[in-house]
Ligand binder design. Structure first.
Ligand code: OXD
Length: 309
């Protein structure tokens, strides 16, 4: 078996070592510019188009991340009939749940405001928020969104969720489709975005949609920078409609030094670290799927190219 590997900005050796353990007899190689040789499987993160162009023998492309937007951007240039497979969870759900739970609790218990007071040497009690009016709305109810809901349910937050097609998540008031979107927004004091980035969801967090959140809302974006119209958020934070935001993803990463978000204390910035790809778990999952494909069995996580995730 021939496995081709490429990960933008990452060291290939530990991945190759892990893949070698899973498939001791396989031929493993790192893709280099000009390599058009046959391969059975490709394991990739943000590959260039040249790597994905039609290749003899290619049976599947495994993305070592949850979001496949960096691959799907190539559209019709992708090799026809070769499934693109995303990671199902591989340890990312719990990390997302940790990150979002931390941010929600920080705002709910007003730690953001206590931090500011402490730096100013102020000992001042602030009345806690009312939980009944601190509803958390999760945009995207896939594996990650459901895991986040499950974590927040332990703290009794009123929970709602929105998905493109109707879903049923226990303990979550579920909204779906365009017709359910406005009601979902009106009902979300804290909006958490964990949507896949597709042609339909780019720019979904903008002046109009964020304006429909209740006054004093909060935003947590752990999906993709391109979901958010950054200037619109800034204006809404500055006019007070949005109290604060926690952002892990940005249009341009690393966030440029001159970006106005750095100067806005109500915007908390983290460097795209909400959920890291866990190498061992990921290779274990990919190896299981390769074995299933070799036995002719179906696998989970195959991306629907028309839907975009
Ligand atoms: C991912 C990411 O998609 O890390 O997995 O952003």
């Amino acid at each position: 078996m021939r496995i081709l590997f490429y990960a933008e900005g990452g060291k290939p050796e530990p991945w190759l070592a892990e893949l070698k353990t899973a498939f001791p007899a396989a031929q493993l190689r790192v893709w280099q510019e000009g390599d058009n040789e046959p391969a059975d499987y490709a394991v990739v993160w943000k590959p260039p188009l040249a790597m994905l162009q039609p290749r003899a023998g290619l049976k599947a492309v495994f993305n070592v991340g949850a979001g496949v937007d960096a691959i799907l951007q190539f559209g019709d240039a992708l090799p026809a009939g070769v499934p693109i497979v995303r990671l199902d969870d591989a340890g990312m759900g719990v990390q997302m749940a940790e990150y979002v739970t931390h941010a929600v609790l920080r705002y709910f218990r007003r730690f953001d405001e206590f931090e500011v007071q402490a730096r100013a040497g102020q000992w001042r009690f602030l009345k806690p928020h009312d939980k009944e009016h601190f509803s958390v709305g999760i945009l995207g109810l896939g594996v990650l969104g459901s895991r986040i809901a499950q974590a927040l349910a332990h703290f009794d937050f009123p929970l709602s969720g929105w998905s493109r097609t109707p879903k049923n998540v226990p303990g979550v008031q579920c909204y779906a489709g365009q017709e359910g979107f406005d009601a979902f927004l009106h009902n979300s004091r804290v909006l958490v975005c964990v949507l896949p980035l597709t042609a339909e969801t780019g720019g979904i967090l903008n002046r109009v949609t964020l304006g429909r959140l209740p006054p004093g809302a909060y935003l947590i974006n752990v999906a993709r920078g391109a979901h958010l119209v950054e200037d619109d958020l800034l204006a809404l934070v500055q006019n007070g409609h949005i109290t604060a935001a926690t952002l892990d993803v940005f249009h341009e990463e690393p966030l440029p030094p001159a970006h106005p978000f750095w100067q806005e204390p109500r915007i908390t910035i983290t460097p795209h670290m909400a959920a890291l790809t866990l190498r061992e778990d990921s290779v274990r999952q990919i190896a299981g799927k390769i074995r299933a494909l070799e036995r002719g069995e179906p696998i989970a996580g195959v991306v629907d190219l028309t839907r975009g995730y």
